[in-house]
Design a protein around this ligand. Structure first.
Ligand code: DCP
Ligand code: CA
Ligand code: CA
Length: 363
């Protein structure tokens, strides 16, 4: 499966402020040179009806929307990242193998848990959509297919809130009428080149002589176009290695040096980080606290344990110690506070180490 969140940045903004929902919403990267200089990051589907889309100048978007009550907002990466992290944790739990690609999409290998049954896979996709909607109030589009390539095209075909499943025997007919542009790796330039060769649709491209494609595009790309247009792709869903660290940071309501206030905020962050550790089955051996001072200077204190820990109490106790230490050693006022765990290891790895060390007796 490929899960892609719909109009992601703009949908995050709608979720934060539901009153935006019936207005065109345009999320902008302001360059700061003049008031309207910069580009559109993304827009909701209402704004897209007026021709507003990713990459166009903000001034052009304003022109297109001049007669409507539209909302223009600056990007808030930190907020989108947090929602993305939460959703990725949800998705991860539905996959045999999981691969996040970019902030708003991920591949899920669900072959084993669905026993390669497409009916089951489609039901699972519906469950995932429902779960993401209930937990994070966001819609996504899902494509199901025999490989990553087909899943991706299927997810893109019906948006927003789509669910498209393509069985192996349907791949050829599904792809054949689509414009070549739908294939990953075919941009505007390649599209034009393919069209002049006489391949407007994926089906036409599929019937093209592979040698001819290699002559025009080189071996690597030519072979890829040939395989892709025939729905052939054997790229595995690649589980990325475990993160180096997990952290959370947040801004205090007011600058302070009050230990109780600092800990109150920090403990909430500990709870968040801890739940991420649990979901991934990880243990930590080092932890740190961060303080961004009122003058924006950054301070940190760290602690490393003898053995990996996996409980919340140890984490919070160390956080308290480090804040006490920090207040004793520094006289700055805290504006933001953060906590981090690092030197992470898989719980089962430790179990494996113990088992191989002690032999079967510990099992
Ligand atoms: N993005 C960006 N600039 C671009 C393209 C995308 O800043 N040129 C950001 C904003 C998008 C996010 O990446 O919300 C995800 O990109 P997508 O291509 O998945 O587009 P959307 O999620 O916005 O829309 P769609 O509903 O078509 O997936
Ligand atoms: Ca998206
Ligand atoms: Ca995307």
């Amino acid at each position: 499966m490929l899960v892609d969140l719909d109009y992601f940045y703009a949908q995050c903004e709608e979720m934060r402020d539901p009153s935006l929902k019936n207005k065109p919403v345009v999320v902008c990267v302001y360059s700061g040179r003049t008031e309207d200089s910069g580009a559109v990051s993304t827009a909701n589907y209402l704004a897209r009806k007026y021709g507003v889309k990713s990459g166009i100048p903000i001034s052009l978007a304003k022109k297109k929307l001049k007669d409507v009550d539209a909302v223009f907002l600056p990007v808030d990466h930190e907020f989108y990242k947090e929602i993305s992290d939460n959703i990725m944790e949800i998705l991860r739990n539905y996959a045999d193998r999981f691969e996040q690609v970019g902030i708003d999409e991920a591949y899920l290998d669900v072959t084993q848990r669905t026993k390669a049954n497409y009916h089951e896979a489609k039901e699972l996709a519906a469950t995932i959509k429902h779960d993401v909607l209930v937990q994070q109030k966001l819609t996504c589009s899902i494509g199901v297919g025999p490989n990553k390539l087909v899943a991706k095209v299927a997810a893109d075909i019906q948006k927003p809130d789509g669910l498209t499943s393509v069985r192996p025997e349907e791949v050829k007919s599904f792809l054949s009428l689509l414009p070549v542009r739908r294939l990953v790796g075919v941009g505007k330039k390649t599209e034009t080149k393919l069209e002049t060769l006489g391949a407007r649709t994926v089906g036409q491209l599929a019937r093209f002589d592979v040698q001819r494609l290699i002559e025009v595009f080189g071996r690597k790309l030519g072979t890829y176009f040939h395989n892709a247009s025939n729905g052939v792709d054997d790229e595995p869903v690649q589980e990325r290695s475990e993160p180096e660290s997990l952290s959370r940071i947040s801004t205090l309501k007011e600058n302070t040096r009050d230990l109780a206030v600092l800990l109150d905020e920090a403990y909430t962050l500990c709870d968040d980080v801890y739940s991420k550790l649990l979901q991934r089955g990880l243990m930590y051996r080092s932890m740190s606290i961060y303080v961004v001072a009122s003058d924006l200077s950054v301070h940190s204190r760290s602690k490393t344990f003898e053995n990996p820990a996996s409980d919340l109490e140890t984490f919070k106790k160390a956080v308290k110690e480090l804040f006490e230490k920090f207040l004793g050693e520094s006289d700055v006022e805290a504006r933001r506070v953060g906590v981090k765990v690092s030197s992470l290891t898989k719980k089962e790895d430790l179990q494996k180490q113990l088992t191989s060390f002690f032999g079967k007796a510990t099992e």
